[in-house]
Design a protein around this ligand. Structure first.
Ligand SMILES: Cc1ncc(COP(=O)(O)O)c(C=O)c1O
Length: 481
């Protein structure tokens, strides 16, 4: 069979459009003998029937294991070079009280970047000293709250924040530990990184400004400087970008040691995961070892002690653990014109549009970043030939696509259940109520049992803030901060 010309170059037609690629699916996902996908022992069809669709299903053990493995990988790598590492789970990827408990039980700290994320972590009972607080524009109220509850570290993102955090710390009679976020000029994504002197982005301060800002930090008895921080991007598969950033930061770090202690270096998050079977992921242990080697070599060359290292992965922990289940509502074959490069002859090809009962409101990553995902039928297998499909949502937006290209059995039909893996990171956390869809429930599965960790939003939830509805009693809307 000739390949569908609408298929992207990276996507090859599978021999079996029912197969689950081990790199992409949660570790406890299998096809049961019945043909139904089983997620940690729970049948996808039973989950959909009990909790409805769309539904985020998190493999609890998978998430916990990835958190623990990441910690072990960095602990081992940095202990081997005479230092140690702290892992912060980046809560922005997907935070609920339950997930906060899983990652802290695995020995991780948590990064939050708003008062809301801080509130969730505190509601989970996380020890505030295990929290890092990020953000390029934390409000005064957020800073005050962070200091008041005693967060372990605040990441300063601009000069004005030095004074703001110092003032809050004085007010609460605390000495607040702080990091300084650097715009290192290194930006990485997948296999490539870009290294410039100055990067055009909103986060951090230039490396060259760090000595003066650190002096300003050190002039405040209410602040304790921990070290420099950089986050170079996301979905990174190779250590070269981290190594470049580490090298740049350590040069400045070495100079800062002349004015006082600099116990730590924070290299941010961004470790990549497989969204499709074409993504080849470098094992996290390899990245950790490579980083430890580079940091140790740079420190030796600079003649300085190896600082403690901190990293902040989100996606690598929670991304692969989750599958979104959708019910398929409509299927249509769309005839598309194809003009091959260098030719004026127009041919046609068929793209099967398979529409589901969610979309960009539960997964905006394809629309926002042209992210690729994969999809399988969850309720059955089929021997029908694979057909190139596009999994679309139900929103009034042509860019409302969940899976831009994959193959499903060509007999896919309304009523089938679709499962999209690797939706743990930046899907629920970026979810919206576009078109007044309620945000889906999140269910954790383990040993065949399922439990709701975040309930589905109801129509009543959606109407509850509309002040034009008398029954939606509006609480006092005056700003309290
Ligand atoms: C400062 C910072 N740290 C960590 C992360 C987590 O990145 P990832 O989930 O790709 O590991 C992000 C993501 O945007 C970030 O901005």
């Amino acid at each position: 069979m000739t390949a569908n010309p609408l298929a992207p170059d990276w996507l090859s037609q599978p021999d079996d459009a029912n197969a689950l690629a081990a790199t992409v699916w949660p570790r406890n996902a299998v096809r049961a003998a019945s043909g139904v996908i089983s997620l940690a022992g729970a049948d996808a069809t039973a989950l959909a029937a009990e909790f409805g669709t769309p539904l985020y299903v998190v493999d609890e053990q998978d998430a916990r294991h990835r958190a623990a493995e990441l910690k072990t990988a960095f602990d081992d790598a940095f202990t081997a070079v005479g230092s140690h590492a702290t892992i912060y789970y980046a809560g922005k990827a997907f935070l609920s009280t339950e997930i906060a408990r899983w990652v802290t039980a695995a020995g991780l700290n948590i990064d939050v970047c708003s008062g809301g994320e801080l509130a969730v972590a505190l509601a989970a009972g996380v020890d505030p000293t295990r929290l890092g607080f990020h953000g390029n524009n934390k409000s005064l109220a957020e800073i005050d709250r962070g200091v008041e509850v005693g967060v372990g570290a605040i990441v300063l993102d601009s000069v004005v924040e030095v004074e703001r955090v110092a003032a809050a710390a004085e007010k609460h009679g605390r000495v607040q530990a702080v990091r300084l976020r650097i715009n290192s000029g290194v930006h990485a994504s997948t296999h490539e990184f870009l290294a410039t002197a100055h990067e055009d982005q909103k986060f951090g301060v230039p490396l060259a400004a760090a000595p003066d800002i650190v002096a300003q930090i050190r002039s405040h008895p209410s602040l304790r400087f921990l070290g420099l921080h950089s986050h170079i991007g996301s979905q990174i598969f190779e250590s070269a970008g981290f190594a470049e950033a580490a090298g740049r930061l350590l040069m400045v770090h070495a100079g800062l040691l002349e004015g006082g202690e600099v116990p730590e270096l924070n290299l941010g998050g961004g470790f990549g995961i497989a969204y499709t079977s074409a993504d080849e992921v470098t094992p996290i242990a390899t990245i950790a070892q490579e980083l430890a080697r580079v940091v140790a070599a740079e420190c030796a060359a600079l003649g300085i002690p190896i600082p403690a290292i901190a990293v902040e992965p989100g996606r690598a922990i929670i991304g692969p653990s989750t599958v979104t289940l959708y019910e398929i509502g409509t299927v249509k074959d769309v005839v598309v014109s194809v003009v091959s490069t260098g030719s004026t002859t127009e041919t046609t090809a068929i793209r099967k549009y398979v529409s589901v009962d969610g979309g960009m409101s539960d997964n905006i990553r394809a629309a926002l970043y042209q992210a690729d995902y994969s999809v399988r039928l969850a309720n059955r297998t089929s021997d029908a030939a694979p057909a190139l499909i596009r999994l679309a949502g139900k929103h009034c937006e042509s860019g409302d696509i969940v899976v831009r290209a994959d193959y499903l059995p060509s007999d896919v039909e309304p009523g089938d259940l679709a499962a999209v893996p690797a939706t743990g990171a930046y899907c629920w956390s970026l979810a919206s109520n576009y078109n007044y869809l309620g945000r889906p429930a999140v269910v954790a599965v383990k040993d065949g049992a399922a439990r709701v960790i975040v309930r589905r939003e109801t129509e009543a939830d959606l109407l509850s803030r509309d002040a034009g509805i008398p029954s939606a009693a509006a609480p006092d809307q005056k700003a309290t901060a």
